[in-house]
Design a protein around this ligand. Structure first.
Ligand code: ZN
Length: 343
């Protein structure tokens, strides 16, 4: 009797459990926001196709000012053109940077700018950035393919631009404008982003935020052994705007459910990563900035940083979260609240 009683409770639980699961699934399908469908365009397959290309030997490690980097720049511009994503520098995709900005130790190079104009506050701009340069070849002629650094961020920015264009076509905003900025010369001292912030195409006072993607395609040593590998490091989020930090958490809860790790955001963090990617050139101008990062690995700045080692499902999840954060910042009623002025 007792056993049967428990068994019937157990069966009842199984049935009600199944039922509510089915209901949930149906609800999820029927209530999926159009915005989520747009975000899912940033797919593992699309990212993989682009990344296999841009980190291939053809581009010779994308060294600033070298032939391989010029080919990579052309590949990126062709992608924007094919997808009818408008140019961001007064009708041009390129922002030329003379070699004098590199102490004449490297050849002339260029940033790449694509732009989606906002529907209500077009003069306010959110910059989504990654560096498309890398470190070229080593002394023995081995090509540094830079798939994670920063092919991963580069192809994510390309797909983000495509997704925002689709969102706009579907009448989903953005209210503010988005600048998709692929910078050069990061590896030789953050010089492409420095040049942009010293020669901004859109005034820095009207630049609402910077979301910078640099190495977001791998699982680092720390997470290799962890059960939950769905993580992403966020650096800088709360240093200028607590609201930017809070939006990141809220959008993650709503859409992505990644583990957001703020380890590298600590002020006393010995690696000082806050100062080591392109977002810092925006942050030092008081612009709320986040550096999205998945950590270091043994292939960092080695010929072995190749496309086959990228976690494409995870790269897509991370890029989709960045889409949702950027979307919220672009569409919310008021621009981000600034709490502290850096430096
Ligand atoms: Zn690097």
């Amino acid at each position: 009797m007792k056993n049967i009683f428990f068994l019937s409770i157990a069966i009842a639980f199984i049935f009600t459990g199944c039922k509510s699961n089915m209901q949930n699934n149906e609800e999820q399908q029927s209530t999926k926001e159009p915005l989520e469908e747009v975000a899912e365009m940033i797919s593992p397959e699309a990212l993989s196709d682009l990344l296999h290309e841009i980190s291939s030997d053809k581009y010779q490690g994308r060294m600033t000012g070298e032939e391989g980097q010029k080919l990579a720049a052309d590949f990126i511009v062709d992608f924007f053109t094919e997808n009818t994503i408008p140019a961001g520098n007064n009708g041009e995709f390129f922002q030329a940077i003379p070699a004098s900005n590199f102490n004449n130790q490297y050849n002339d190079s260029e940033n790449i700018l694509a732009f989606i104009e906002g529907t209500e506050k077009p003069e306010e701009v959110i910059v989504v950035s990654a560096h498309y340069d890398h470190v070229g070849m080593d002394d023995e002629g081995n090509i540094m393919n830079g798939a994670d650094d920063d092919g991963s961020g580069t192809v994510a920015v390309m797909q983000l631009a495509k997704a925002f264009k689709k969102a706009k076509e579907e009448g989903l905003g953005p209210k503010r404008s988005l600048l998709f900025l692929l910078v050069t010369a990061e590896e030789i001292g953050l010089l492409g982003s420095k040049f942009y912030t010293e020669n901004p195409v859109y005034p820095l006072e009207q630049t609402v935020a910077n979301l910078n993607l640099d190495m977001i395609g791998r699982i680092d040593k720390e997470y290799e052994t962890k059960e939950n590998q769905n993580y992403l490091y966020l650096i800088g989020a709360d240093r200028i705007s607590q609201e930017f930090h809070d939006i990141s958490l809220a959008q993650n809860d709503k859409y992505s459910d990644l583990y957001l790790d703020f380890k590298y955001n600590a002020e006393d963090e010995p690696m000082n990563l806050y100062y080591r990617s392109d977002h810092y050139n925006f942050a030092k101008n008081g612009i709320p900035s986040i550096f999205f990062f998945s950590g270091l690995h043994d292939d960092y700045h080695q010929p072995t940083d190749t496309a086959d080692k990228i976690e494409y499902d995870l790269l897509a999840k991370r890029a989709q979260l960045i889409f949702h954060i950027a979307w919220e910042v672009a569409n919310k009623e008021e621009r981000l609240i600034i709490d502290t002025q850096e430096e």
